[in-house]
Ligand binder design. Structure first.
Ligand code: GTP
Ligand code: MG
Length: 595
């Protein structure tokens, strides 16, 4: 099978083109460094099956950041029949040197000038024939986002792939010319083949930036925007979530009960009280999560992330981090795992490890479910959003505190050059794809962790046979009993201790586990929680849930990204210790004050 590799600088639209070409839904965002790993897809191009590979962006072929090395290793280890080099047409002057560098690989290449729509708006004009002659390969113009020029580009790829005999990777060892010579050559080519207006009119972007990058108001504006985003998610998501919970409960009480007389008691218990209640309680949060990710997608795709990195950079430097670290924390609000992988764009190892260390404290959407559920159940409608806000604030504080504490050991300096891309509006399709992606991700985790988790918990709370379900004589009671001395001082009882034990695997299990431990779901579970714990206990439980190890996937990612078992161990130990300490201090302090 032939192989096409998509190469180009970060944020030039490689993944957007990849999605259009293959129908895949790779993650897209207006931030350099969204793709940090290989992603392949097979398509039928003409008569041939072809594998298309989306790669992380690279600034030049000598790059040594982890994500750039992935490209390098890929080119080294895999025969590539055609390089499709995606350049940002609106920044052609900065991007051509890479094209000239790649020419030295002596692989068949097609240069795709993407974002033709933006270049046109800026008034940049091209002499395509001259460019093609200068680069010695076909040149196509395209807008991967909106589709102009796509059929022609696809046809060119097919033609070049069928024409040229593949020159395998042998040529890779070719010496690279001095970079300066390439830059000079690129400048000459741009002067000959590109007409640029004297001043590039980025009018709207500049006007917005004058406000959001304001030295005084920039940061408060950012926090205001985040606050509004969460308020919106909460206000819209709450009713939706109740609706889904009501439907699921209705289905159980109207339809599933019909099976009760037909099935043995234990099997009905396992399937309905275990799997259905457990998974259902978690599933009712899908609308909130989807809404939340639509918000995240908007922030990510608009170009605001780069501004945030820019705004926060000076502040982060005091913590031994940089602006990107803050952006990774924000990405962690969605899911910690891709945020941790996003640190590959950071070159200095110390900086990267410090960033890796703080990301697990970022309040991810799985934890958000638990917090939305408990805060709504145990606090009034005016208090609940404040409780959530407090948890977000604590998430930041714990991350920053950790950075301060460890920066002496892991500090290292890497000057940060942030590129501020123009603001871009995501298309409807991009937003819908993103929402679908999250539902898919949820279902994926549901089948992997949640079902297995709730079945395990159901067994633990019902075995050995003959003892009262959920009681102290069950296996769960036994485990809970062991953990109790550690967790009692922070107001967490035996049953919730078992829930926390399972929460180590994935936070999505926490709610499902509560549903199974108490044999209730939805409103009934919320009702019971108000009898089982008061506000102080609930907050202590949430604090612990926020800070201790997020899930097994983050542990695995920590291990693979840091390439250090010891570092992973330190991270787990530190988060457990900190979770215990803070919950303990909060609980005992609140009780001392008479709450
Ligand atoms: N206006 C316009 N925007 C585009 C076009 N193609 C992509 N974009 C936007 O450019 C941004 C970057 O797109 P991606 O596909 O994530 O870029 P990438 O090259 O894969 O980026 P990395 O994975 O970070 O290297 C996104 O906001 C896209 O919506 C285009 O043709 N026109
Ligand atoms: Mg990409």
């Amino acid at each position: 099978m032939k192989r096409i590799a998509l190469l180009g600088m970060p944020n030039t639209g490689k993944s957007t083109f990849f999605n259009r070409l293959t129908g895949a839904c790779a993650r897209i965002g207006n931030w350099p460094g969204i793709t940090v790993d290989l992603l392949g897809a097979k398509i039928l191009l003409g008569a041939d099956m072809v594998e298309v590979v989306d790669l992380p962006g690279l600034y030049d072929l000598h790059g040594f950041a982890e994500d750039e090395q992935i490209v390098w290793r890929f080119l080294h280890n895999n025969p590539v029949d055609l390089i499709c080099l995606i350049l940002n047409a609106a920044q052609i002057d900065q991007q051509l040197p890479l094209a000239l560098q790649l020419r030295r690989l002596e692989l068949p290449t097609v240069v795709v000038l993407n974002m033709a729509d933006e270049a046109e708006r800026l008034g940049i004009r091209f002499d395509a024939a001259m460019l093609a002659a200068g680069l010695n390969c076909p040149v196509c113009f395209i807008s991967a986002k909106y589709g102009q020029g796509f059929p022609e580009t696809r046809e060119t790829l097919r033609r070049v792939l069928s024409e040229r005999p593949p020159t395998r990777t042998a040529a890779l060892a070719a010496e690279f010319a001095e970079d300066e010579a390439l830059v000079a050559e690129a400048e000459q080519l741009v002067a000959r083949a590109v007409t640029m207006p004297r001043v590039l009119e980025h009018g709207l972007t500049e006007r917005i930036d004058r406000i959001v990058l304001h030295p005084l108001f920039g940061i408060p504006l950012f926090f205001l925007a985040m606050y509004l985003l969460f308020q919106t998610v909460y206000a819209l998501g709450g009713p939706l979530q109740n609706g889904v919970a009501w439907l699921l409960e209705g289905f159980r009480t109207q339809a599933l009960v019909l099976f009760q007389p037909l099935l043995p008691g234990w099997l009905y218990g396992l399937l309905v009280e275990g799997v259905y209640n457990g998974v259902g309680t978690v599933a009712s949060f899908v609308p909130v999560i989807v809404l939340f990710f639509l918000g995240v997608a908007l922030v990510e795709d608009s170009g605001y992330l780069s501004r945030i990195a820019f705004l926060m950079d000076a502040l982060m430097a005091k913590l031994g981090l940089d602006g990107r670290g803050f952006v990774m924390l924000l990405m962690g609000f969605g899911c910690n795992v891709p945020a941790m992988m996003g640190t590959r764009v950071i070159r200095s190892r110390g900086l990267r490890l410090l960033t890796l260390l703080i990301i697990p404290f970022s309040l991810c959407s799985a934890r958000l479910q638990v917090f939305v559920f408990l805060s709504t159940a145990l606090f009034s409608t005016t208090q609940a959003p404040l409780v959530l806000l407090a948890l977000y604030a604590i998430s930041f504080l714990v991350a920053f505190g950790t950075a301060l504490l460890f920066k002496g050991r892991l500090h290292s300096h890497e000057p940060l050059l942030i590129e501020l891309p123009p603001y871009r509006l995501p298309t409807f399709k991009q937003v819908v794809l993103r929402g679908w992606h999250e539902v898919h991700h949820f279902l994926n985790r549901a089948t992997r962790f949640i079902v297995a988790g709730v079945v395990m918990i159901w067994l633990l709370t019902h075995l050995p046979p003959g003892v009262p379900a959920g009681g102290p004589e069950t296996l769960a009671g036994l485990f809970g009993g062991w953990l109790e001395p550690i967790l009692r001082p922070m107001g967490i009882d035996q049953q919730m201790a078992v829930v926390l034990l399972f929460g180590f695997v994935a936070k999505e299990i926490v709610l499902g586990a509560m549903a199974v431990v108490y044999g209730l779901d939805g409103d009934a579970l919320a009702q019971l929680m108000t009898q089982r714990m008061d506000g102080v206990q609930a907050f202590s439980f949430m604090l612990f849930t926020l800070i201790y190890t997020p899930c097994l996937s983050t542990v695995a990612t920590m291990r693979s990204e840091s390439k250090s078992l010891a570092f992973t161990g330190v991270s787990i130990f530190w988060s457990l210790l900190l979770a215990w300490l803070l919950s303990f201090l909060f609980y005992q302090g609140a009780r001392l004050l008479g709450y």
